[in-house]
Design a protein around this ligand. Structure first.
Ligand code: G3P
Length: 218
């Protein structure tokens, strides 16, 4: 499963990229607001940090012609920009056109299997079902992922990648991998949580103490 990081904080992306864990980045208007940065500048910086790896930048228009105009501007920022589109008929229309022009797309704010089917038919590169927000309204976010993965598997000619988004804890990441999602976009804090286990810490502490008692060095 590919790991994308879900943030527009350049420093956090740099730290994780240095470990070699990142296969891409996703941003959205809320993450751009949180960064306090100029949208196009921060996308350019992120793209340069991860050359050749997909960086999602979201359009803000709702009508197809203006979406396409914004997509043209965003695509010019860097070769690895992926255009993030709303899951509406206008967004799907733009997706079909952009896909036809060879531009990678990420259809976002997906909350149903039917929406995921439409996005695949529009040729989306990625579909972003929001599991955390689904859970927030007492729906089963991971069941949605399971259904989408199963549905896409019925049609080998559908090439849309399932990109699990709105991840709120490590179990979302584990479940996404067990289901076989293609990508999980993860907040930086949760990526760091994935490695933590108190038994590992206790074991390392004991090994270190016992090694010190040997009086040896490697
Ligand atoms: O990529 C989508 C993600 O940023 C939304 O997360 O926690 O606001 O639902 P959240």
């Amino acid at each position: 499963m590919k790991f994308f990081v879900d943030t527009a904080e350049v420093k956090e992306i740099e730290e994780l990229a240095a470990i070699g864990l990142l296969d891409g980045v996703t941003t959205n208007p809320s993450l751009i607001l949180k960064s306090g940065r100029d949208f196009k500048e921060v996308v350019k910086e992120i793209c340069a940090l991860l050359p050749g790896k997909p960086v999602s930048a979201e359009v803000t228009a709702m009508d197809c012609p203006t979406i396409l105009q914004q997509a043209a501007k965003l695509s010019k920022i860097a070769d690895n920009v992926v255009i993030k589109l709303p899951l509406t008929m206008e967004g799907l229309k733009a997706c079909k056109k952009l896909t036809g022009d060879g531009i990678k797309t990420n259809v976002t704010l997906c909350f149903s299997v039917s929406q995921a089917l439409l996005a695949a038919k529009a040729g989306a590169t990625y579909i972003s079902p929001f599991v955390g927000r689904h859970d927030d309204v007492s729906q089963d976010g991971m069941a949605l992922i399971e259904d989408i993965v199963q549905m896409y598997g019925n049609y080998p000619d559908l090439h849309t990648q399932v990109l699990v988004a709105s991840v709120r804890h490590p179990i979302h990441v584990v479940q996404a991998a067990l289901i076989g999602a293609n990508v999980c976009t993860i907040p930086p804090k949760i990526i760091h949580q994935l490695v933590k286990n108190p038994l590992t810490d206790l074991g390392l502490e004991a090994f270190t103490k016992d090694w010190a008692k040997t009086g040896q060095v490697i």
